[in-house]
Design a binder for this molecule. Structure first.
Ligand SMILES: NC(=O)c1ccc[n+]([C@@H]2O[C@H](COP(=O)([O-])OP(=O)(O)OC[C@H]3O[C@@H](n4cnc5c(N)ncnc54)[C@H](OP(=O)(O)O)[C@@H]3O)[C@@H](O)[C@H]2O)c1
Length: 343
């Protein structure tokens, strides 16, 4: 398999175009064996998938990354140590956003991740009517100038606020948003602004928690908590319902499977590639249930999704579009990127 393609963020950090998502070790997706999670990270790195996405609110995610990181660094000198990239998020509760508060939060992430500076901090804010997000971003920008942060980024900000922040002279590397064959809201406004301002989109929900895979093709609608057993499955099942419902979703899976067969790859690889090919998309984040049985089983699909051998054709794209155009307009029903967190 050829090397995993990379993208360079505006601050110079190179990350893989497919990133490993660590929300799945937060505890909301099944019990996590931390030691096993640390072990499993090695399989991803060995495959060339060296970029990990986490957050200060994802339970032990930063600590698991830290343990893995320190293990890598303690390898005997002479052993080639692959570079890993740790992208975290700063998700503060509402409150004063003075420099001390922001610095303390970053310090906590650095301690947990066992690093002296942060590769990338993606800032989230819950309530736009509370303008203290601008205070926080001002301090984050200063701390970036001082070398504590390499890339200053956002998550779940809409186009209007992204423009407001950029107009204040704060340089943003990326915005992490939901983007999938189902949820194509970023294509409406966000994408154009990002392209014009050298901002990369890092996407989540691209596999809808695993719903966008052969596993759900031809299956009856999952409704019970036992069937929707991870936070991710339940979140994106709601999204499917809002988008157009299970029957339309089955039509989409059938189409994606037809495309996948044409390219001799998995349905999930097609779903990832579809988003990877969108303008402004720097990378797709795939959730990894690192500490549970079977972790690592999806690595080959992730590699295939970004391989130069997989090229979606105009015929593939128009077949997909013939289904997605029958869905509801999520910009109208939900709003721009991230609005689902602010209703
Ligand atoms: N910024 C935000 O607000 C936000 C929100 C959500 C997520 N995220 C980030 O995005 C990451 C991704 O999370 P997500 O919730 O969006 O989940 P996702 O990536 O859409 O789905 C992850 C699940 O899909 C299944 N899967 C993965 N590869 C597959 C394949 N090739 N074939 C079949 N199934 C496959 C796995 O299920 P099994 O384990 O059951 O096999 C995995 O647990 C998170 O870890 C986090 O880093 C960010």
């Amino acid at each position: 398999m050829s090397p995993v393609p990379k993208v360079r963020l505006s601050g110079g950090l190179e990350i893989c175009r497919v990133l490993n998502g660590m929300w799945q070790v937060s505890g909301a997706h099944g019990e996590v064996d931390k030691a096993r999670a640390v072990e499993t990270m090695q399989a991803y790195v060995d495959a060339g998938l060296t970029s990990f996405d986490m957050a200060d609110i994802y339970g032990p995610a930063e600590e698991i990354f830290g343990q893995f990181n320190s293990r890598l660094k303690s390898k005997p000198s002479g052993d080639a140590v692959p570079a890993v990239q740790g992208l975290t998020k700063y998700v503060p509760r509402a409150g004063p956003m003075d420099r001390k508060v922001v610095e303390k939060a970053l310090q906590r992430s650095m301690t947990r991740m066992q690093v002296d500076s942060l590769d990338c901090v993606q800032f989230h804010w819950w309530d736009y009517s509370d303008k203290r997000y601008l205070d926080a971003l001002g301090h984050l920008s200063d701390l970036q100038q001082e070398g504590l942060i390499r890339e200053l980024a956002l998550t779940n900000f809409d186009t209007q606020r992204l423009e407001e922040i950029t107009n204040r002279g704060i340089s943003i590397s990326s915005n992490q948003v939901q983007y999938s064959v189902i949820d194509q809201r970023p294509a409406m406004k966000m994408e154009q602004f990002c392209l014009a301002n050298n901002i990369q989109l890092l996407t989540y929900g691209t596999l809808a928690g695993g719903l966008l895979s052969e596993r759900y093709l031809g299956k009856a609608e999952p409704t019970s908590r036992a069937e929707l057993c991870t936070a991710s499955l339940s979140k994106y099942k709601n999204m499917v319902d809002t988008w157009g419902g299970w029957s339309l979703f089955q039509d989409l899976l059938i189409t994606l499977e037809t495309v996948a067969k044409r390219h001799d790859c998995s349905l999930a690889s097609v779903a990832m590639r579809y988003v990877l090919d969108r303008p402004a998309v720097g990378g797709v984040i795939v959730g990894c249930r690192l500490g549970v049985a079977g972790a690592g089983q999806h690595i080959s699909d992730s590699l295939q999704s970004c391989s130069a051998d997989l090229k979606l054709t105009a015929e593939d794209l128009s077949a997909i579009e013939a289904v997605t155009r029958r869905s509801r307009d999520l910009m109208v029903v939900i709003g721009d990127c991230g609005d689902e967190y602010r209703r």
